[in-house]
Design a protein around this ligand. Structure first.
Ligand code: UFG
Length: 328
């Protein structure tokens, strides 16, 4: 409590939810964000510096002045199909910019780092639920960038310089702040829950289901949907862990059970009370059939206790955020 935390990408969807919890816990916060997708008004606590991770001078200045005890890094590109089309952009933004950030840490003497990784590092896992021991085997450039950074972090921690990190591998993050103060804000969302909410709202004419011939009970892909505030809470327990001397670790962030695309669609229709056209479309390239976390490690080692493991609640908070935007 009272820790000084630099949050790169703290104005974005997940970063802003973490900043809210850090602020409520009494941390001193500096958000470093280029506002490419983040929003100034999403930063509820701390001080916002508009800056790019490509701008090493500004970055080093911020480190010198703020002197963070720990850094959290949410500033990255996240759209898988875009990463397939523009891989170099993904390597620059997700790998090179992370390298800049780590070098700034090194120069400043800051030793603690929390990284936003992804279940995409597993590719198509051989065993479900997938544990942290499964090999890194990404199947798209986005996942490659996350796996590359994880290897950088592993090597830096092993170098004997005192650097320690936690890498959190997010599964399917969804929903919005239960108090309705912040939420998602993507101009062209690709994620299932947000697209289904847009369809319920009538903002898009229909929802496509990408693939109905998967080897799952109803033929559609299964994912482990986690409420963004539970994910944010995982960052707070991971920060406590590092501050109290914990060794470098990697943790899955999911609930440990999944829902199919059809189940998500049904829940969105029930929760919103709106019907909308659903069209069965071909598979989307690069989608693993089933991606469910084995989340025992973070529960046992960090004592993480999720509060919102309920798909209807996740959808409800997303719907409240989505409809609030249109009312204002
Ligand atoms: N889907 C649809 N229709 C849509 C959108 C998605 O049927 O309009 C399906 C997808 O094909 C997939 C499931 O819904 O089967 C979930 O798709 P999302 O795009 O919501 O999420 P992903 O599972 O593809 O992606 C998530 C993270 C990525 C991460 C990936 C790891 O958002 O950052 O998990 O596999 F890389």
């Amino acid at each position: 409590k009272g820790a000084r935390v630099l949050v790169a990408g703290g104005a974005g969807y997940i970063g802003s939810h973490v900043v809210k919890l850090l602020g409520e816990a009494g941390c001193e916060i500096l958000v470093y964000d280029n506002l490419s997708t983040g929003k100034e008004e999403a930063v509820l606590y701390g001080h916002l510096v508009k800056g790019d991770l490509g701008d090493r001078r500004t970055l080093e200045k911020v480190f010198r002045e703020f002197r963070p005890q720990a850094v959290m890094h949410f500033a990255a590109s996240i759209v898988v199909p875009e990463s397939v089309k523009f891989p170099l952009r993904y390597y620059r933004n997700n790998v090179v910019h992370t390298l800049n950030l780590l070098e700034a840490l090194e120069v400043s003497g800051c030793k603690l780092f929390l990284f936003s990784s992804s279940a995409a590092v597993y590719g198509i896992p051989k065993e479900i639920p997938v544990t942290e021991e499964a090999p890194l085997a990404p199947i798209n450039p986005y996942g490659e960038t996350k796996a590359t950074v994880e290897r950088m972090l592993r090597d830096l921690a092993a170098s004997g310089c005192g650097f320690r990190y936690v890498s959190l591998r997010y599964f399917n993050v969804a929903g919005a702040d239960p108090e309705g103060r912040i939420g998602f804000n993507y101009p062209e969302p690709t994620h299932l829950v947000i697209r289904a909410l847009k369809a319920a709202k009538g903002e898009i004419p229909q929802l496509e289901i990408y693939g109905t011939d998967y080897p799952t009970p109803d033929g559609t892909c299964i994912r482990d949907y986690i409420h963004v505030t539970d994910l944010a809470e995982a960052h707070l327990v991971a920060l406590d862990y590092l501050l109290s001397g914990g060794e470098s670790e990697v943790f899955n962030c999911g609930y440990g059970h999944g829902y199919s695309v059809r189940e998500v669609v049904r829940t969105v229709k029930e929760v919103t009370g709106r019907d909308f056209p659903v069209v069965e479309a071909p598979r989307r390239p690069g989608d693993p059939p089933i991606l469910v976390a084995d989340s025992r490690k973070i529960r046992e080692k960090l004592g993480w206790k999720p509060r919102y493991d309920d798909l209807a609640f996740i959808v409800k908070t997303g719907w409240e955020w989505e409809t609030r935007l249109s009312a204002s």
